[in-house]
Ligand binder design. Structure first.
Ligand SMILES: [Zn+2]
Length: 240
């Protein structure tokens, strides 16, 4: 295939736009915000698990408090009943003594339950503070996620703008090539490589591989309008 050296040179403009497109695509795939969002999602899961654990502790303590309150009310009822019997004055001395023993033991039991309840109440206070702290940490991570998402969306919008600009540039440049030359170029792009590279210092500008002397001699001997391809990457090799 032949093409004017000037036309071949312009392929480098097209290749520059395509290289920019590739850079943008790579940037889109490797946004640091996406990595950060993955990390934050994991952190959020852990924080939520932690908050659920703290909630369970609090629920258990609430259950303990209720159990203590119920027991305390049972002891008080028994106490009232016994006190009434005692005041009735109709019981024989032996039973009155037994009743007094029971009242003494109820009083001891009551005092133990009250102490225990106080202790659990204190634990509950601490557990509630823990839960509040855990909840605040969940909110903090959630707001971090919202912030990073905002940055990510801004970066994506920038990339989209740049991609649209590249597409416009590309359309303008690509329209000016002979169909056959453009088809050869595009076939290399479709294969995932660069369509064209400049020959510079014995190296292909597309794959950056140094060509051997035999190849260089063959290239130098070729007419200027001959379209050559890199023996390594098949990109159109443009001579300056
Ligand atoms: Zn090459």
């Amino acid at each position: 295939m032949n093409a004017e050296p000037q036309t071949q040179l312009r392929l480098l403009d097209l290749a520059a736009v395509d290289a920019e497109m590739l850079r943008l695509r790579h940037r889109r795939r490797t946004l640091p915000e996406d990595k950060e969002l993955d990390r934050l999602a994991e952190e959020l899961r852990a924080r939520k698990d932690d908050a659920v654990g703290k909630e369970i502790v609090l629920d258990d303590l609430d259950r303990d408090i209720k159990r203590h309150e119920k027991e305390l009310s049972q002891v008080r009822m028994r106490e009232e009943k016994d006190t009434e019997l005692q005041r009735g004055g109709t019981l024989p001395a032996k039973q009155l003594t037994e009743l007094q023993h029971e009242l003494d033991s109820l009083a001891r039991r009551k005092s133990i339950i009250e102490d225990e309840t106080l202790e659990v109440m204190e634990q509950r206070e601490a557990a509630e503070a823990d839960l509040q702290h855990a909840g605040a940490q969940v909110s903090h991570v959630e707001s971090q996620i919202a912030e990073v998402k905002r940055h990510r969306d801004e970066a994506l919008a920038d990339i989209e703008t740049a991609e649209r600009r590249c597409a416009t540039d590309r359309d303008a440049i690509a329209g000016s090539f002979p169909a056959e030359l453009l088809a050869l170029y595009e076939s290399r792009v479709r294969a995932g490589g660069l369509g064209a590279g400049v020959l510079n210092g014995g190296k292909c500008g597309a794959c950056r591989i140094e060509l051997d002397r035999g190849e260089l001699a063959r290239i130098n001997a070729a007419p200027a309008d001959r379209v050559l391809q890199c023996p390594e990457c098949d990109a159109i090799l443009v001579r300056k």
